[in-house]
Design a protein around this ligand. Structure first.
Ligand SMILES: NC(=O)c1ccc[n+]([C@@H]2O[C@H](COP(=O)([O-])OP(=O)(O)OC[C@H]3O[C@@H](n4cnc5c(N)ncnc54)[C@H](O)[C@@H]3O)[C@@H](O)[C@H]2O)c1
Length: 422
């Protein structure tokens, strides 16, 4: 067993690949395991399958040093001292957490598990999962956690796009069953991260991860609810939020946004609430955030003459190429169902319309505040329609941010309608 070797399972994924590259950069040999053979091949040819800041350089370095290999199987597990599990953990169509894939993986892992192995579960999981993983591994192998092998839950908390940078500095929550497993894992993290390590129990670390994400999700829903309230009074919510936050030590409200989704925030709440009877806050946050596209549709329906609508941004977050659980698609389907003609603009992906296709649009909805969309005068010039309605709930376009119509404007004023000339 090689202490300089790490098996990363889920290594072609958004966070697994970033982690693998940080590890190769730190000098480890990484045995990357992933079922996605297309991505495995791309990675081994030195091509990143998705955007991640700093990753192309580290991938080139890993190819030069030969420290990264990608494979579909677990054959190299016995020779790696560390096994890091970063596979996806989605919800199903009923919003139930789906972890059977993880448990099947644990069964395959068990047949390769040896005394001395340090297994680090890093996928987001429901509370209690690490305990069930330990029981499974112990039953299937006859080995004992803490004595023969080590298992911890150390959740991934980086943000996509800055995963490389953050892996090297963020504090790690290490949920361990015993001190020895904690210290061994802590020593491993210290070889590539300056972040502090904090010992928790596994279930505390599982809850810590979910609470971290849900705090953000609920605060975004609160900002969105304030946006809806502001609309009732024709009061500009961004001006209010900015003023209230300004130089005030007890408030840090985010701005409202129509695209609060993505692969993590969309589903993590359902991992948290599956057993509790008082889940209103989190499920209400879900309803508010998920209803924002329909709020936009209803605003557009108030204007006459809108046929052709452009959606700017199809990814769930700015300056990214990740469309998973992006509410842009929800908006697109709602608009199409109502008979609007839609064009979708996404500069970070192929096969979407270019900005030049905006000509003649009756409405332009900013769903993802990519930096490519920052220049509103250039967009209005491309649209070339003085009656076009612009929607920017983010407050991203400076020209609209503090106007009282709360991010919804018609470029030519209409009697009795919200809107103004900018
Ligand atoms: N994306 C993020 O920003 C982020 C941040 C923090 C935590 N997480 C969590 O990390 C985990 C991974 O998220 P992601 O966004 O990287 O997902 P992803 O879908 O991009 O990557 C998961 C990878 O796991 C692979 N995989 C699935 N089952 C496998 C198996 N049995 N064997 C080998 N490979 C397998 C998939 O092919 C995929 O490449 C999830 O639990 C997620 O909630 C994600």
């Amino acid at each position: 067993m090689d202490s300089g070797k790490v098996t990363v399972i889920g290594a072609a994924g958004h966070v697994g690949l970033a982690m693998s590259l940080v590890l190769t950069h730190a000098g480890y040999k990484v045995n990357g395991v992933d079922l996605n053979t297309e991505y495995n091949q791309l990675i081994m040819s030195g091509v990143m399958p998705f955007q991640e800041n700093g990753a192309p350089e580290l991938l080139a370095e890993a190819m030069d040093t030969g420290r990264l290999t990608m494979t579909g199987g677990l054959d190299d597990v016995p020779s790696s001292r560390y096994v890091v599990i970063m596979v996806g953990s989605p919800t199903d169509q009923h919003l139930n957490p789906v972890l059977d894939n993880l448990y099947r993986l644990i069964e395959s892992l068990a047949s390769r598990l040896l005394p001395g192995h340090i297994v680090i579960l890093r996928s987001t999981v429901t509370p209690g999962t690490t305990g069930r993983v330990r029981n499974k591994l112990e039953t299937l192998t006859g080995l004992t956690e803490g004595r023969d092998f080590h298992l911890v839950y150390a959740p991934e908390r980086v943000v996509q796009g800055r995963a490389i940078e953050e892996t090297a500095v963020l504090p790690q929550l290490i949920g361990a069953f015993d001190e020895n497993s904690y210290h061994l894992t802590s020593s491993f993290f210290k070889t590539f991260s300056s972040g502090e390590n904090i010992m928790l129990t596994p279930v505390e670390a599982e809850l810590g991860k979910l609470i971290t994400n849900m705090t953000r999700y609920v605060s975004f829903a609160l900002a969105n609810e304030f946006y809806l309230i502001g609309n009732l009074y024709d009061a500009n919510i961004n001006r209010i939020i900015d003023a209230c936050n300004y130089d005030y030590p007890r408030l840090n409200l985010p701005t409202p946004g129509p695209n609060v989704g993505g692969p993590c925030l969309y589903k993590d709440g359902w991992f948290l609430v599956e057993r509790i009877p008082f889940q209103e806050l989190i499920s209400t946050a879900f309803h508010i955030n998920e209803s924002m596209p329909m709020q936009i549709v209803q605003q557009l329906e108030k204007f006459d003459g809108i046929c052709r609508v452009a959606i700017l941004g199809m990814t769930f977050k700015a300056d990214s190429d990740d469309i998973r659980n992006s509410l842009s698609f929800k908006l697109l389907h709602q608009l199409e169902r109502l008979g609007y003609e839609c064009i979708t603009v996404e500069p970070h992906l192929k096969n979407y319309a270019p900005l030049s296709d905006l000509k003649g649009c009756d409405a332009v909805v900013l769903m993802t505040p990519h930096r490519e969309f920052k220049n509103l005068p250039a967009i209005t010039e491309a649209v070339d329609n003085e009656n076009c309605v612009y929607v920017d709930i983010w407050g991203f376009w400076d020209e609209m941010r503090y106007r009282s119509a709360n991010g919804i404007f018609r470029s030519g004023p209409r009697e009795g309608e919200p809107g103004c000339v900018f």
